[in-house]
Design a protein around this ligand. Structure first.
Ligand code: ADP
Ligand code: MG
Length: 235
């Protein structure tokens, strides 16, 4: 899904968490949103997910105003930094939660869950409960639940925060692979430069609710638009 954002503003009282943000997310693009804590990353993601409402500005999904489309038809999945799993449900049921609204037969649901579990490497763990899983495995359940519905827009909010470096690398490789397979567009929110480097696509540098620069990772490193961007990329 193509996403167009124009002059997005989100105010909380006197605070402008988003201060005139404009960008395009191309179909099947993974756009990294990189910025320090409090820069407005989460607010941007929440506005795109419908969990929060901008004070001003426009969001278009495939050229149509988001607000003109029924929420059921948005087809967006969100993954947060804490995998929000249901403890008393096995991994299989946790993943199937993403399909609840579809009204599919049990057989079709099982088939779909088996397939996605295999892709994220959880096929041996479908009957286990969340409490028996590692942080990385839980995060993969969370990702599988988001992807099982074949969403057209995937929003990740610091989704790999709890994982060690090696697992983060593996998950990003997996994400790039799944994007090829499922063709979703993705907004990848992080404060980690290492993750931006691994994604190696376009990166939006956000600071105090404003885009400082939006460029390929390579160009950002080679030609930062300002001393602030350079400083942020360095330390
Ligand atoms: P980030 O995800 O980049 O760390 P956020 O988007 O969560 O930043 O927050 C941006 C700014 O908006 C912060 O100063 C934060 O305190 C403020 N903020 C976010 N949500 C709310 C809210 N619901 N009420 C008041 N202030 C908020
Ligand atoms: Mg945040």
């Amino acid at each position: 899904m193509k996403v167009t954002v124009r002059n997005l503003v989100r105010e909380f009282g006197h605070l402008r968490a988003l201060d005139g943000v404009s960008f395009d997310l191309a179909k099947q693009e993974i756009l990294c949103v990189l910025g320090p804590s409090g820069s407005g990353k989460g607010t941007l993601l929440r506005c795109l997910s419908g969990l929060d409402h901008p004070t001003a500005g426009t969001i278009l999904f495939d050229e149509q105003p988001m607000t003109d489309i029924h929420a059921d038809a948005w087809n967006i999945s969100v993954v947060f930094d804490e995998p929000r799993l249901i403890d008393h449900l096995a991994v299989r049921e946790n993943i199937a939660l993403g399909l609840k609204k579809k009204g599919w037969s049990k057989e079709k649901i099982d088939q779909r869950v088996n397939q996605i579990a295999k892709e994220v490497g959880l096929d041996e763990m479908l009957e286990r409960f969340p409490s028996t899983l590692s942080a990385g495995q839980k995060q993969r359940v969370s990702l599988a639940r988001a992807l099982v519905r074949e969403c057209r827009l995937l929003l990740l909010d610091e989704a790999l925060n709890n994982l060690d470096e090696m697992l983060r690398k593996k998950m990003i490789e997996l994400l790039l692979l799944l994007r090829e397979h499922y063709g979703f567009s993705c907004l990848y929110v992080t404060h980690s430069r290492a993750e931006a480097a691994l994604l190696n696509g376009r990166v939006m540098i956000l600071d105090q609710g404003k885009i400082l620069q939006l460029d390929s990772w390579e160009r950002l490193k080679k030609a930062p638009a300002s001393a602030r961007v350079a400083a942020f990329l360095e330390d």
